[in-house]
Design a protein around this ligand. Structure first.
Ligand code: PRP
Ligand code: URA
Length: 209
């Protein structure tokens, strides 16, 4: 099965916001605001194909055949960094349901350890798995696996920065899952950090450095 789509945002505003997120001088308050705004662009792209249904309304002048969103969106941020993009989903889709997956990468092995899971009913819904950094792909692949095991059949993975290594792994393990990112960076370094990257997203978001 060929991999589903991989989309990198191509909008000047996305480039501006991401550059400011990459900047080491950007502190947590600004970082959170920038992440939320970039999230709005990412989520808009990630839901481009969201199912709609026809809806007739009357404008003040005449009848109009419009459309309404026909599928419930489920946001699943991967703790903790994914929380930085959650508000973008709930702002665009106020009726969104939210599930959580807690995962932490081991500093030495770089393997993810899962420590929390609270997932809602996912059948017939649009699941957005939200994790800003797709580095080795270990966390993203595991997160999508949990969401599938919980019954999701319509999943999009949303990240801020992807590495070629992480992208290849997620596409190999979950070829049916489209991926949306703000950038595809050069490579991983010897500590499995994305370069040029933006450092540790969770630490920068919460000031834990
Ligand atoms: C970061 C990031 C991803 C993971 C990516 O989380 O948010 O979940 O690393 O790395 P991978 O692709 O190599 O698995 P981290 O483990 O630092 O936890 P945090 O969100 O609590 O900071
Ligand atoms: N997690 C991050 O937050 N940044 C990276 O570059 C890799 C993993």
């Amino acid at each position: 099965m060929p991999p589903a789509s991989f989309t990198v945002l191509a909008h000047p505003l996305a480039g501006d916001l991401l550059t400011r997120l990459r900047d080491r001088e950007t502190g947590p308050a600004e970082y959170r605001a920038l992440a939320r705004r970039l999230g709005l662009l990412l989520m808009t792209e990630a839901t481009r194909d969201l199912a709609t249904e026809p809806r007739k309304v009357d404008t003040p002048l005449e009848p109009f055949e419009g459309s309404r969103i026909a599928k419930t969106v489920v946001a699943i941020p991967v703790l903790r960094a994914g929380l930085g993009l959650l508000e973008a989903v709930t702002e665009l889709f106020p009726d969104a349901v939210v599930g959580y997956l807690g995962m932490e990468r081991d500093e030495h092995t770089h393997e993810p350890r899962d420590y929390y899971s609270k997932l809602p009913d996912l059948a017939g819904r649009k699941a957005l798995v939200v994790d800003p950094m797709l580095a080795t792909g270990g966390s993203g692949t595991a997160a999508v696996g949990y969401v599938k095991d919980a019954g999701a059949d319509d999943i999009t993975f949303v990240c801020v920065v992807a590495s070629p290594e992480g992208l290849a792994r997620l596409q190999a393990d979950h070829p049916d899952v489209p991926i949306v990112a703000a950038a595809l960076d050069r490579q991983l370094n010897e500590h499995a950090y994305i370069v040029p990257g933006l450092g540790d997203f969770g630490d920068r978001l919460y000031g834990t450095y």
